[in-house]
Structure formats: structure tokens, C-alpha cells
Design a protein around this ligand. Sequence first.
Ligand code: NZQ
Ligand code: ZN
Length: 394
Amino acid sequence: MDNFIYSIPTTAYFGKGQISILGETLNAHGASKVLLAYGGGSIKTNGIYDAVIDQLAKAGITLIELSGIMPNPRVESVEEGIRLYLENGCDFILAVGGGSTLDACKAIAAGVMHDGPVTDLFVNESGLSDIAAAAPIATILTMSGTGSEMDMGAVITVGEDHKKMVLLHPLVNPRFSILDPEYTFTVPEIHSMAGVADILCHLMEQYFTPDVNTKVQDRMNEGVMMAVLEDAPKILADPKDYDARANIMWASSMALAGFQFMLGKPGFSFPLHGMGHELSSKYDMTHGVTLALLTPSWMRHTMKIAPQYLAIFARFARNVLDVREADDSKAAEEGVKRLEAFYSAIKMPANLREAGVREEDLDFMAEKAVERGNLGILTSIGKDEALQIMRDAF
Ligand code: NZQ
Ligand code: ZN
């Protein structure tokens, strides 16, 4: 196991009614004028907005609003937020929403302290952004999935080709996050399940790495994956199942908190995310859906060209998906089949074609996925490999 630093600088206030700490906690952080950011308006119809405003009023905090942050958030929203923050002399950022709103706010937090375009701060997925300071930020999570509520990342869509760029730095970790599972009761089914697919993928991207005897990280990871597989269908059956929503929310937060499941492992590469982002760029596809679409073919591709790692896929199948098969190759394949059945049960599209992808776009997307370098830890995915994985998923 390699040396590592483990730090999660975000305080989580988890559970029903935790909004009650918002005003006093903002006061404790010295906030007096808050940039309140949210998405397309769901928080106005489900009561979350009113609860936030009530807390800010009681705490004597004034606010400036940034609304309309869209899924796969655009850099233009970030630039508008930077302008609003600076022109109005804000001193704190409060993000209320899903990953898109949270990510936009993290980029705003870094952008207001940077003398130059915010795009200077975007990096390859693997490197840290060059950030010297960031405004303080807190989040109120309204949908589970990205882990943005407890991590140091943000993904922003830039330019005419809608490239998804990453900002990564501990300075943009939220100071605190309010995580109330009840706030996710109103998330539409497709987004709830796409969030589940996202959580699962974050766990798998950290799990499928060369085996360097990181037993604690891997056994914990398996436990979180099992909880996700068990409780996602309960949300489908009853969107107001508090305990299922709570388990999925905490899984979302734990999956990327301090990247804890890949501590001590060699390298950092989320190849499924690298390829999935291209589907979102081209088709504005929901993030978690892109990952569910690509994962099984990525697994089969890796098992085929790097059989030395079959044992890891077999272990995943046995420990997480309860496969009882002694032969590694058969166990691993059965694991992929069970995973496909799970994606089908949570209503993910069966393949890229069904998701509306055009075959003639695959080449372009494969090229874009690797334009800043090959992807992957178990294998090196260049354009040809990315294209093969996409074709198999088609
Ligand atoms: O905009 P509103 O009206 O709020 O509606 C949203 C949006 O339409 C809706 N929603 C959220 N909470 C709701 C709700 N509707 C009803 N009731 C609620 N309580 O859900 C829709 C999707 O929201 P969005 O924020 O886009 O979803 P998600 O949380 O999946 O975020 C996706 C973004 O996060 C990035 C993705 O690339 C994508 O851009 N990611 C960020 C990561 C990070 N920061 O670490 C890691 C991830 O891998 C991911 O890349
Ligand atoms: Zn993700």
C-alpha cells in the first residue's frame, strides 16, 4: 500500500430536519451576505427554498440569488455567479441542489479569488487545479449521486463542443453540507436511479485497480456497493422510503469523501467517467446514465485484454453480487451479467442505441475521450480501445 493523506474537511449534518442548523452555522462561519445558488426551480416547488430563506432571515443574513443552473452546468452560469458574488460583495456561497448546482458553486468559489478566466482553473481529471484561495462554500444536497457534497471536485461544461472540464482542489471542499434524505423524496425516478448508477460507478472506479493489498479500502467499498444494490430498488418501489433514501444519500457522500476507497493505490484515473463525459458533451445525456451504459462493456473489454486482473472481477462478483462459481473467468462474467440485470431493474437504457446515440458519432466521441491522454489504470485506453468499448455498448 502506498503512503497517503486522508482529509475530509467537510462537516456533514445528516438527517431529517438538519436545515435547522443552517442559520447559526453560517453565522459561525462569519457569513453575512450569501450567494444563494440553485437549479431550474425544483427547490421552489418542494419547500426547500422556503426553509432556506427562513433560516437566512432568522440569522440576519442577506442574500443574492443565482438561479437556473442546468444539469451538466455551463461555464456561463459560473461566470454569472462570479460576477454576482463580486459586484454584491458576498462573503459566502450556499449551493442548494444536485451535483450540477454544487459543482457550479465550487467553480464560482475558486473563480472569485482568481485574477483571470475561471477556465484557467480546469485540469485533466488526474491533476489538481492551480488554486491559491477559494471563497467559503456550503451545500444543501437535494439529490444523491455525485458525491460533490463531500468532495473536492467540480465538473463544468465549456465551449461550443460542450467539453466537460474538471476542477479539483481541497480548497473547494464544502465547509459543511446539510444532508436531509427527505429532501430527495421529490427527485424524479430517472434522476434518482441515474444517481444510483453514478454512486456505484464511483465505487467501482476506485475498486478496479491493481491489487496492492488495500484490504480495508476494498472491503469497505464492497459493503457500500452492497448497500446501494440492496436499497436502490426500494426507492423505485417507494420514493418516500426514508431509510432507503438515507442509505443511498450516505453512500453518495461516502463514495468520494477524501477518495477514501482508493487511498494507497497507484495512480488515479476514472476511465468510465472519461468516456461517459463525452456522451454528455455530445447528447447532454444524464451523467449516471452514461456510466451505466458503458460499464459492462468496459468490464468485458478489461477482462479480455488484461486477464491477469480477472481475479479482481471475480472477487467483485462473489463478494458484491453473491456469485457462487469457483472458476474466476465464469464468476467474473456472471458478475457482469448480474450488474446488467441490476441496471435494467433500475430502468437504465439497455444500450447506446436505445439511449439515442448515433453510430456515426462513436468515432468522434472515442477520439475526444482520450484527447488529453489515455484513460485507465488496469489497462491503457487509447482511441481504438475507447471506440471498441463504445461499439460493444452500442
Ligand atoms: O435544477 P432543478 O430544478 O433542481 O432539477 C434537478 C435537475 O433537473 C433535479 N432535482 C435535483 N434535486 C431535486 C430535483 N428534482 C426534484 N426534487 C429534488 N429534490 O434533478 C435534475 C438533475 O440534477 P443535477 O444536479 O444535474 O444531477 P446530479 O446530482 O446527478 O449532477 C450531475 C452533474 O454532476 C457532475 C456530472 O458530470 C454532472 O455535470 N459530477 C460531479 C462530480 C463531483 N463534483 O465530484 C462527480 C461526478 O462523477 C459527476 O461528474
Ligand atoms: Zn460520476
